[in-house]
Design a protein around this ligand. Structure first.
Ligand SMILES: [Zn+2]
Length: 418
């Protein structure tokens, strides 16, 4: 099996922010100070020699500078490299006649330094994936007696894919530190087969998947219940900017992501088992225009959720050598997937699609998913469709998000029924 290597960045929040905040702040400030020293040095060399020093030259000038030892040597190198690249890019713009381009600025607000991103390369971190921890080294100057590193506990997406870490970046965004793990992934270039699966995304069923001879539903109940619960909790917060409101928002985002990860992961696993080489997913242009939507709160949630979901699906599928295609899903809910009859007055009752021409009785979302699937299978549409057994359309398998395990499992297992 042929493999290809890709680089992917995983963002993780920090579980022990109180313990590491001061240390991360010191490193972030140190990176800004070093940047400024380097910025000043470039200007001096430039005025003396008439040219901008290269990254290597700059590094050799600054190696013995006191600020260089505030960070791990590789982290300091990275700051200088970034500055050199920024100068090179600015110089390029100037050469191309762009008079508006500005040279890289000093990182300072009055007497304050912003918290710059700190990059840790192989020498600068030690990753402990089993316990979700990473040790980040400080520079010689910032070691306080016995401790030359800080220990961050992180919470990542539930993919379990933080491995083969090449770099860790501590990034300060919107008032908190996060870790960006740059990982190397092996992806397969051979696809599991030539089969095609279609996915219809919706509200009560978050996803309906058709494999042609088998259909699967992923109810969106867990997502909706969470949304309802968080809305109620938020309403209890007096101040929308309070720490509690902030905590709830973060928790809600994590719960939503968790659901989307579990569903996308499960779909890709089933597709790989069923020799699927192409997944077709409806793009939501039609839905966003207001077709079949209840209240607008759902639109917000689902617009966001569908975008996130589609991107998760794409990268998970890529790892298994499966392609994801987006097709316009307009009309897919009004067309009979068995005979191709399009009728706006088609009966949809209690989630069932009933075709008056051929007598098909199908789960409405599965019918939609099958229509989406057929968009890349032109020869199967209409005539070919007649010969297939459409029984699976009325009897989809149901796979539920299980809050206790965080995974998606067959309904019987989640409900505990035989
Ligand atoms: Zn029909």
């Amino acid at each position: 099996m042929a493999n290809r290597t890709v680089t992917r960045t995983h963002v993780a929040s920090i579980r022990n922010p109180r313990q590491v905040r001061d240390d991360l702040d010191s490193l972030g400030f140190a990176a800004s100070k070093l940047w400024n020293v380097a910025r000043w040095t470039v200007e001096r060399i430039w005025s003396e020699t008439g040219r901008i020093p290269s990254h290597a030259e700059l590094a050799s000038y600054l190696k013995s500078h006191e600020r260089y030892a505030d960070l791990n040597a590789q982290s300091s190198q990275r700051v200088i490299q970034e500055l050199a690249e920024a100068f090179k890019s600015w110089y390029g713009h100037r050469q191309n006649g762009n008079e508006n381009a500005n040279p890289p600025a000093y990182r300072k607000h009055g007497d304050q330094h912003p918290r710059s991103t700190v990059t840790f390369k192989q020498d600068g971190f030690k990753h402990d994936p089993e316990n979700g921890r990473v040790r980040l080294s400080k520079g010689r100057n910032l070691k306080d007696g016995w401790s030359d590193f800080l220990l961050c506990e992180y919470a990542a997406d539930p993919d379990g894919t933080i491995e083969n870490v090449q770099q860790v970046r501590a990034v300060y965004e919107r008032g908190e530190w996060r870790l960006h793990f740059v990982c190397r992934h092996e992806v397969q270039t051979d696809s599991p087969g030539d089969e095609v699966a279609g996915i219809d995304l919706g509200i009560s069923n978050f996803a309906a998947v058709s494999f042609g001879d088998e259909t699967v539903l992923y109810p969106g109940g867990a997502l909706k219940e969470d949304e309802y619960w968080f809305q109620k909790q938020r309403a209890k917060c007096d101040d929308a900017d309070s720490a509690e409101a902030d905590r709830l928002n973060r928790k809600r985002a994590a719960r939503r992501s968790h659901f989307l990860h579990a569903v996308s992961k499960d779909i890709v696993e089933r597709c790989a088992e069923c020799s699927v080489g192409t997944i077709v997913v409806g793009d939501l242009a039609g839905i966003r225009d207001g077709e079949d939507w209840g209240d607008s709160g759902n639109l917000d949630l689902h617009g966001w959720a569908f975008d996130r979901f589609t991107s998760m699906l794409e990268y998970k599928a890529e790892e298994d050598g499966i392609e994801v295609e987006q097709v316009d899903e307009r009309g897919t809910s009004k067309t009979c997937s068995a005979c191709g009859t399009v009728d706006g007055s088609q009966r949809v009752e209690r989630g069932l699609y009933v075709c008056e021409s051929c007598g098909l009785v199908a789960n409405a979302d599965c019918n939609g998913a099958e229509n989406i699937r057929q968009k890349v299978l032109p020869n199967l549409a209409t005539d070919g469709g007649r010969d297939r057994d459409n029984g699976c359309m009325a009897q989809p398998a149901v796979r539920l998000f299980d809050k206790s395990t965080g995974r998606v499992s067959p309904q019987e297992q989640v409900d505990g029924k035989p």
